[in-house]
Design a protein around this ligand. Structure first.
Ligand code: BGC
Length: 485
């Protein structure tokens, strides 16, 4: 049976600035991630791989060829990409004074900018970088690729976050990244400026990519592989909370400053990208595992969406939203949900009696696993799509889905089986899925794991930068071209 997707479905791949841009042309060396992966201590204790983003695929220079591949070889009609904050504002924007309103709990609530503030930001911006982003976006449009622009895909400027100082002694610096609400204010300025400057070329925006991953890998995991590598449940929650507030603040800026229609979508469709995975108890007959699995599902999948959609900021994670945890004024809007789905996790309770956020463990996959040791579990994608739609009632884009597969053994099967679940979610469950973005177009810098991990539809020779198609290219081309599986 032919499985046809809805008319106008967006087929794309997703990339991110820090991971894909470097390798040719001007590097981006003013961000926390740059400092993080180049820090010798981090390399020596294996928080990071020691690989350099300078060996990356070089999209900054080679974007035309990559976008051509996306269009002509893959027959895609969209591309998801991000902007590097440190390139646009290498120097601080703190001195641009804007009107900041705070709520009863002293949380940033509204950031108001005037035309003059945007002009002041323009004086601080790196115009060559902004111009390059404009060229990239124009190039995408010329190829017939609708751009989906992510405003924050992880690196933030060093003037806002010194991850090494935070790692070693948080009190020694006031550059504390997302733990500090001043980062939310600066993010409002960035998003106002970007939507003002790029809005004529973009209609589809992602505010924040995966609040949970940034918070978990920066402030919770034992390996401490993301900046600033701390292990503190209270900071995890503060970071998560601030990223949800940041979504709202950015939402308002884009709505205010982008008035241009670049496509029939209208001036701006703005959503949050949440990573939603399937969680299940390691031993379904063990009540502790069952409880932990449900708890992790709540903390990792649900919490950020409850905050953004309902203003529920359950800061003690007891799963009851007390009146003092209800911040309905922080609900600014979210036009769609971006779902990043990769795998399922089997959750075990470690029962050490410490904070539950420190007491979970994921059981590694043993059989038929990805190179990351992740399970291949396509059914989970349909589950999270159905869950997210029934609970929050918004259109959905699958903003990332892909597999670490250096040997090119499973990518085609992974792609087809996950798309089959997307199709079922649409046709059997009535979920309005509007598009699908495979992660990722070409092999890139996989954060703390560098080049050990290959998610790309095209492999990249690190020396020559030559792109070579994996087997899944043909499969994806046929699907996108026919709009059917
Ligand atoms: C991120 C990507 C990353 C991918 C694979 C997602 O969490 O958004 O930047 O490369 O997963 O790990």
């Amino acid at each position: 049976m032919k499985r046809v997707f809805p008319e106008g479905f967006l087929w794309g791949t997703a990339i991110s600035s820090f991971q894909a841009e470097m390798g040719a042309g001007e590097p981006s060396d003013r961000t926390d991630w740059w400092a993080w992966v180049n820090d010798e201590t981090n390399v020596s204790v294996e928080r990071v791989s020691g690989d350099t983003p300078l060996d990356g695929p070089g999209f900054w220079e080679l974007y035309d060829g990559d976008l051509r591949l996306a269009r002509e070889d893959l027959k895609n009609n969209s591309i998801r990409l991000s902007v590097d904050w440190g390139r646009v504002f290498p120097e601080s924007t703190h001195d641009v004074e804007v009107d900041v309103k705070r709520d009863h709990w002293n949380n940033v609530w509204k950031v108001e900018l005037e035309e003059d503030d945007v002009k002041a930001l323009d004086r601080l911006a790196d115009h060559d970088a902004v111009e390059r982003y404009r060229e990239i976006l124009k190039c995408a449009l010329n190829y017939g690729l609708t751009p989906m622009l992510t405003l924050y895909h992880w690196p933030i400027p060093l003037w806002l976050h010194d991850p090494i100082a935070c790692r070693d002694e948080m009190a020694s610096t006031d550059r504390r990244g997302w733990v500090s609400q001043s980062t939310i204010v600066e993010f409002a300025k960035l998003t106002a400026y970007l939507s003002h400057e790029l809005g004529d070329l973009v209609d589809l925006y992602c505010t924040v990519n995966e609040p949970r991953i940034v918070s978990e890998h920066g402030y919770l995991t034992r390996r401490g592989e993301f900046p600033p590598g701390l292990n503190d449940p209270s900071l995890f929650l503060i970071c998560l909370k601030h990223l949800c507030i940041a979504h709202g603040v950015a939402y308002e800026q884009v709505k205010r400053w982008d008035r241009h229609e670049a496509s029939p979508l209208g001036p701006s469709t703005v959503g949050l990208v949440a990573v939603l995975q399937h969680y299940e108890p390691a031993d379904p007959n063990n009540p502790d595992d069952a409880w932990m699995s449900q708890f992790i599902d709540y903390a990792f999948n649900e919490w950020n969406l409850n905050a953004v959609f309902h203003g529920d900021y359950d800061m003690n994670l007891d799963q009851v939203v007390e009146p003092w945890e209800q911040l309905p004024h922080q609900v600014k809007g979210c036009d769609y949900i971006g779902v990043n789905y990769y795998t399922k996790w089997r959750v075990r309770h470690r029962k050490t009696g410490v904070d539950p956020l420190m007491d979970y463990e994921f059981v590694p996959c043993r059989d038929d696993c990805t190179d990351y040791g992740w399970y291949i579990y396509p059914e989970g994608l349909r589950n999270v799509l159905r869950w997210a739609y029934r609970r929050y009632r918004r259109p959905i884009y699958v903003t990332e889905n892909g597999v670490a597969d250096m040997g090119d053994r499973i990518r085609t099967r992974y792609l087809r089986s996950h798309l089959d679940e997307v199709y079922k979610a649409i046709s059997l469950d009535g979920v309005p899925v509007k598009g699908y973005y495979y992660w990722t177009l070409m092999d890139n810098f996989e954060w703390s794991d560098g080049y050990r991990i290959s998610f790309g539809l095209y492999n990249v020779d690190r020396e020559t930068k030559k792109r070579t198609p994996t087997k899944a290219v043909q499969a994806y081309r046929e699907i996108a071209e026919k709009n059917s599986l």
